[in-house]
Design a protein around this ligand. Structure first.
Ligand code: ADP
Ligand code: MG
Length: 243
């Protein structure tokens, strides 16, 4: 169970969002949609402390961070509960596919070299890239690189997987293989919070869709309700534009 309360983030004088609340149940898949510049990425980044929120609390299982006075040990514990998939993959270019996955297993999960390598190979098999284990990112397609990015996050067995527009940097021909991998994870009851502009995908996969605009969760509900019976004028306008 994930419980975020009154999360507030400012950059200098600019408030990105103020007092945002969100609860996510175990196994739930929540998609966030909304116009750019509205704070979707910043919200996700605050949840694993890539950015630090100014105030509010983030609780995942028995870990709770008070963002006003975060303890370093709580931040580290929170990071162990969350995996992050970046828009631009953010792989280490000097490491092979296998090493990109095993590195985090050593650093975050404390596995030794051999254990980490074995686990990374098993993940690569799961994501259909066993034959690419020894390739560097430059030798992989965009879709394969992002699958490694997802594999790296999966390997940590985090309670919550955060995905920030995981397909938006991809050449269109690679989008489906990445969406299919995310669907595969969804079937395994992996709790996920996904920022996406792939509305069809959100419709198919999400249990709940949140429309974010102007730093607020303006409207949320099951995909059927959000996409077929939107209420807020900003959501209606957004769907018309993007659809
Ligand atoms: P979205 O992901 O919805 O497009 P972002 O979370 O990237 O939106 O950005 C929300 C707002 O925060 C924007 O006004 C953006 O300019 C601002 N912002 C994001 N990151 C930073 C930063 N590191 N420093 C200052 N402002 C930032
Ligand atoms: Mg963004």
């Amino acid at each position: 169970m994930i419980n975020i309360k009154k999360l507030t983030k400012r950059f200098g004088e600019h408030t990105v969002f103020n007092d945002l609340d969100l609860q996510i149940n175990q196994g739930e898949i929540v998609a966030i949609i909304g116009p750019s510049g509205t704070g979707k990425s910043t919200f996700l980044r605050c949840l694993n402390y890539l950015d630090s929120a100014n105030s509010g609390t983030i609780a995942i299982n028995d870990v709770e961070v008070n963002c006003q006075q975060p303890k370093k040990s709580d931040i580290l514990a929170l990071r162990r509960q969350t995996g992050f998939v970046f828009q631009n993959y953010a792989l280490f270019n000097h490491l092979t596919a296998e090493q990109n996955i095993s590195e985090g297993l050593k650093v975050v999960k404390g596995l030794d070299n051999q254990q980490a390598q074995q686990r990374a190979l098993s993940i690569l098999t799961d994501i259909g890239l066993a034959d690419k284990a020894n390739q560097y990112p430059a030798a992989l397609s965009g879709g394969q690189q992002q699958r490694v990015g997802i594999g790296r996050a999966m390997a940590l067995e985090a309670e919550l997987l955060l995905l920030d527009e995981p397909t938006s940097a991809l050449d269109p021909v690679w989008v489906n293989e990445v969406l299919n991998l995310i669907k595969q994870l969804a079937q395994q009851q992996q709790t996920m919070l996904i920022v996406t502009h792939e509305l069809q995908f959100a419709h198919e996969v999400a249990d709940r869709v949140i429309f974010m605009a102007d730093g607020q969760f303006v409207e949320q509900g099951p995909p059927q309700q959000i996409f077929n019976h939107p209420n807020d004028p900003r959501l209606k306008a957004f769907l018309t534009q993007i659809g």
